[in-house]
Design a protein around this ligand. Structure first.
Ligand code: GLC
Ligand code: CA
Length: 572
């Protein structure tokens, strides 16, 4: 790939905002659109090109906006369409584009379509959703679901509708009924919604669980559940029979007509699958969010994501290198360490103790931002925000946490409460959702009222005011990385090579890789431990020039704790 071949979506650095937790403007304890607008100068200082807004549409908030009841209105707590237009205008003045979250695998059960659909079997919206008869009835007359699928948040993926005596499918909570994409009218509705926002000037879509939209019409049982395992309906619905046909249609009818950045959230994709979604010759999406590297610390034999074990660096290297290598030249990666569903990166992959937090957060930033792909920064990552520990489950908000608590602590009693609190603090989604830490003032400057979710008590030491004032902060380090992205095409175009065995990495302490172009290479070296190590790299010749480092000087072969550095090397 040469510089001239760089495609538009490969250039931006994208910042994700979880609006509920970003900035409250009116003291109700809930972040809102005017709050975001007021912080655009902060984002401009950081230098990001685009902001992905987690959903801001009208929603009863069963799943914090991922359950939409009106796709053309703003959630009451977040403001109005006029506030949205104001946000767009201020963002534009600051050269920041807006990417919307498109949640169209399901709607809220409070959406007009679903209200209509459940009103009678012959309503014209009935077929907007997926309805099935009971498979039978047990002795006391309880209807049995059509198959054994388990939803992501609740026991069965099927909910019985008393009124019309059929089940409807919900891969997520029962307040998130799945849309029936096999119905062409549904697809046209979705395209209309997309045009509505594109015509307002939004520049991108992040598409929520978009690889789940096409289900096998036979609705086969999940063999994992049959075998006594606890698998989820997500895996049964992923990459279904017509998903590519639908995305190609969406591309033809909508996306190709606009200048737009697209990223699909795609649980359970292999690199082969991802090439079907993102292949340069496929006209579907530009990139996907894959989850394989998010799985390196999950425990399939235990309770999946609910554990507090540490990842192994060799696993992370193997997974990330596979993605770098398999997509090279054919499709495009997204790069991310965290989002609103994941624990905080510095706590998970770095070290959040006061001694190492800043260094390890910078090292992680280097490690990710020099890879091939479009980097995403999740709010607070640029401050090195950390995981939180709440002492009682009541202090958490997330329905996934509460459902897991019910299932493992209260019902099956498989996990003792203290253990589960530790698991939640290591992997629960609310780690990402505690309010953004703006200052050391009360409530971290997030709100003058009572925050909807408790703050991380570390805000006194970790906050934006401190970080912006301190030239050596993580914030300014991210700012420099973004500047480098903009001025170093090799970060986009260079080939990737893991300096280890890519299939079977051996070095458990250091992650080093090379990005190679025609004239120059970038050598990236990251020490993932809190120990001093020694490594030699044959690529380090006289031409090597230190491009960026998280230490003030260079000790060459000595790698200090959590040291991360990049050399520019001439290939001539
Ligand atoms: C995605 C979102 C997550 C949400 C789910 C259902 O995974 O990122 O927050 O709960 O989809 O919409
Ligand atoms: Ca508010």
């Amino acid at each position: 790939m040469s510089n001239s071949d760089i495609m538009k979506f490969q250039e931006p650095v994208i910042y994700q905002i979880y609006p509920r937790s970003f900035q409250d403007s009116n003291g109700d304890g809930i972040g809102d659109l005017p709050g975001i607008t007021s912080r655009i100068p902060y984002l401009a200082q950081l230098g990001v090109d685009m902001v992905w807004l987690s959903p801001v549409y009208k929603s009863p908030n069963d799943d914090n906006g991922y359950d939409i009841s009106d796709y053309r209105q703003i959630m009451d707590e977040f403001g109005t369409l006029a506030d949205f237009d104001e946000l767009m205008a201020v963002a534009q003045e600051n050269d920041i584009k807006i990417m919307m979250d498109l949640v169209v695998n399901h709607t809220s059960d409070e959406h007009e379509w679903f209200q209509q659909a459940r009103s009678s079997r012959d309503n014209k919206f009935r077929d907007y959703y997926i309805w099935k008869d009971a498979a039978g009835y047990d002795n006391d007359g309880t209807p049995l679901p059509p198959n054994n699928w388990i939803s992501a948040f609740a026991p069965s993926a099927w909910e019985w509708d008393e009124g019309t005596e059929q089940f409807y499918l919900h891969l997520f909570s029962k307040k998130q009924p799945d849309l029936n994409w096999d119905n062409p009218a549904v697809r046209q509705e979705v395209y209309d919604i997309m045009r509505f926002w594109l015509d307002k000037g939004v520049a991108g879509f992040r598409m929520d669980v978009i690889n789940l939209i096409s289900k096998d019409p036979a609705y086969p049982n999940d063999p994992e559940v049959e075998a006594g395992g606890h698998e989820s309906a997500l895996w049964m619905a992923a990459n279904g029979p017509r998903v590519h046909e639908y995305l190609q249609e969406m591309n033809r009818e909508v996306l190709s007509k606009y200048d737009v950045v697209t990223v699909g959230e795609t649980p359970d994709v292999s690199t082969e699958d991802a090439l079907k979604y993102t292949g340069f010759d496929r006209d579907e999406l530009q990139m996907v969010f894959q989850f394989e590297h998010m799985g390196v610390d999950s425990n399939p034999e235990g309770f999946g994501k609910w554990n507090d074990e540490k990842f192994k660096l060799v696993d992370l290297k193997r997974v990330l290198s596979k993605w770098q290598n398999d997509l090279a030249g054919k499709g495009w990666n997204s790069l991310y360490w965290n989002n609103h569903d994941q624990p905080r990166a510095v706590s998970r992959f770095g070290n959040d103790s006061p001694a190492w937090r800043v260094l390890s957060a910078k090292m992680l930033a280097i490690n990710l931002h020099f890879m091939q792909g479009t980097p995403y920064i999740y709010q607070g990552e640029e401050l090195g925000m950390t995981n939180v520990f709440f002492e009682q489950v009541e202090d958490y908000d997330d329905l996934e946490i509460h459902n897991a608590w019910r299932e493992y602590v209260e019902e099956s009693k498989l996990i003792p409460p203290e253990k589960m609190l530790s698991f939640i603090s290591a992997s629960g989604r609310d780690n990402a959702r505690t309010p953004m830490q703006w200052s050391a003032e009360e409530n971290a400057g997030f709100t003058t009222g009572k925050p909807w979710l408790g703050l991380n008590p570390r805000y006194k030491e970790i906050n934006a005011e401190q970080a912006v004032a301190d030239e050596n902060s993580i914030f300014h380090f991210y700012r420099r990385l973004i500047e480098l992205r903009h001025s170093t095409p090799l970060m986009i175009t260079g080939t990737y090579e893991l300096l280890d065995n890519a299939e079977n990495p051996l070095d458990e302490e250091v992650y080093a890789y090379l990005r190679t172009g025609d004239d120059e290479s970038l050598l990236v070296i990251c020490n993932f431990t809190d120990r001093q190590l020694t490594r030699t790299f044959e690529q380090l010749d006289d031409s090597a020039e230190l491009l960026i480092s998280n230490y003030p000087d260079d000790a060459v072969e000595t790698l200090r704790p959590y040291e991360g550095k990049v050399y520019r090397i001439s290939n001539r």
